[in-house]
Ligand binder design. Sequence first.
Ligand code: DX5
Ligand code: ZN
Length: 213
Amino acid sequence: MNTQIAISMLAADFLRLEDDVRFVNSHADIFHLDIMDGIFVPNISYGFPVVDAIASIATRPLDAHLMIVSPENYVERFAKSGADMLSFHLNATDDPEKVVDLIHANGMKAGIAINPDIPVEKLFPYLGKCEFALIMSVFAGFGGQKFIEDTYPRIETLKTEIVRQGLGCLIEVDGGVSGKNSAALKSAGADILVSGSAVLKSADPSAAVQAMR
Ligand code: DX5
Ligand code: ZN
């Protein structure tokens, strides 16, 4: 399977949101929607009015990345908004398996996310249940941060385990991703590359996506 490009709408121009949504429809593969609650992460992004507006004209799958406490409380609501993929952070809930089951029961693909300071081994017990694992290559909370180089060996370790267990779990990498690191991320084993600033804040967004492909 080819690497998929997901665009983080956190980097969109919210005064011209429609233009950026149409850009993703025609140039990328997935909408990555960063949902922050100001508690799990020290920032607040956007909520359902924005998600629903994007959903109303999106022709690509919606991938909601929940950076919120008690994600289980919002699983059904994101399904209602049309999310196709839903991820939450491993340490944001007491019972990750239960949240994964709930995501599946609501007809979405489930992913578990971890920040750069959480050993990837912590994800191993859940890989068989998830359609994807979200490896943060910056600390969740803000767009436009610098890519953390230690992400490569983390992806390699995770990939080795997915192959060892014979699973179909995809690896999504998120934070500071651009054409500068995309090739190395792919060879490390990444299946989905999330990029915000490097694409939507670039002078030539199409070229920026092309550079990542
Ligand atoms: C960080 C978010 C990322 C971020 C990616 O908390 O999860 O998705 O918006 O944006 P860039 O590509 O600007 O790092
Ligand atoms: Zn994200």
